[in-house]
Design a binder for this molecule. Structure first.
Ligand code: SF4
Ligand code: SF4
Length: 62
């Protein structure tokens, strides 16, 4: 099990899709107004966190 995960602040997310565009693992997906992160595919590379214009993503220890 991974010890970290990407967390979305749903109040900050503007559904722009930038994080989806940069993910090389197809680990995130916009489903209408929700950003869904697939924990099985996400390796916590942090690219999506860096490109999010709304600062809506963060990596948390779990
Ligand atoms: S941390 Fe990396 S692998 Fe995980 S969703 Fe973001 S871009 Fe994709
Ligand atoms: S880049 Fe940020 S604002 Fe855009 S869809 Fe992803 S989490 Fe939401």
């Amino acid at each position: 099990m991974p010890s970290k995960e990407v967390v979305v602040d749903r109040f900050k997310c503007a559904y722009c899709g930038a994080c989806v565009s940069v993910c090389k693992n197809n680990a995130n997906e916009l489903v209408e107004t929700f950003l869904v992160i697939n924990r099985e595919l996400c390796n916590c590379c942090g690219l999506c966190v860096k490109v999010c214009p709304m600062n809506a993503l963060r990596i948390e220890e779990v």
